[in-house]
Design a protein around this ligand. Sequence first.
Ligand code: ATP
Ligand code: MG
Length: 335
Amino acid sequence: MYAKIKQTDENKAKYNQLLAAKSLYMIYKGRAELASVVALKSVSLDINYGDFIAIVGPSGSGKSTFLKILGGLMRPTAGSLHFEGVDVTKTPEEELTSLRREKIGFVFQEGNLLPDLTAFDNVNQSMALNGISYTYRKKRTLELLDLMGVLHRKNQLANRLSGGEKQRVAIARAMANNPRLIIADEPTGNVDFKTSVRLLELFKQLNRDTGMAFLIATHSSHVAGYADRSVELRDGLMLGEHAKGIDLSELDASRMVIMDADNRITLPANVLQQLEGIGSLWNVDVQENNQILLTPLQDLSELPSMSEEQVRDCPVCGVENPITNKLCRSCGASF
Ligand SMILES: Nc1ncnc2c1ncn2[C@@H]1O[C@H](COP(=O)(O)OP(=O)(O)OP(=O)(O)O)[C@@H](O)[C@H]1O
Ligand SMILES: [Mg+2]
């Protein structure tokens, strides 16, 4: 019943990635006495056609923020975002709205339905703006509601549906336009385990049969287990990536750390704990076998000395730095 996404092969040949996000920053400006929050710090991600990716990380790590930006619902404070070659950060609002409508389907934990419309109208309406005939829309709406097991609730107003029913109608709606990408934020948050298995199997089937890519934020190992790769966020930083078969309670075991677009590697908490705290000094050596060796420096006298004219003292910690350094080699303060 699902037509293959039109032109996918053509687009695949034309664009390298479905979506390319580079060095995204998101700062929520605080009002009055509230401090600003840096919710994303130089996060980059390439999404290919047909990917099935999970975004994992603790509460407040930036998952929802990241999804909203990738889906064009919110503009990043800095960074670039290309969807099939189009720079979404510079696209006028009107064009962005039609790109979202035609190419991206959204599913949020709370269901994001229009409360005063019926389940049928919520699904049907999402196709109306794309110029699809009423006869086809009606047929497809009924098929999708049936597929999601909520056909018997088609005439119920959205605000009278249970959490799980809302979720299923929202998924039917997200799939209606055969988008290239489905972005789902905790899609199984409101449904029981059995329904969650059905939804994920359905996502997987759609992914295989139509090439629709999926990007899912989740706290659940079960959901992440369906993904081909998982991206891990912590405190707005991309900490690492995990291949298939991720176990969220044992992230250290499967993590591959990533260098970000600013050439930084964020070390995982368990490694940082062994590095003896803020301000400790380390010598870094790259070994012949490409392994990186960190050797602790006991005191500042171990720092290689520099001739006077090439150095200046850091105004924050007092350590000598080469005149060319933009950041202090000891405390990281900028000059
Ligand atoms: N509209 C907003 N205004 C100000 N700060 C916000 C806003 N939305 C999110 N934040 C802050 O940005 C950070 C990231 O939030 P986000 O909702 O992206 O995290 P999350 O990983 O989705 O968390 P959860 O797992 O609880 O859903 C948090 O510190 C949060 O408080
Ligand atoms: Mg969230």
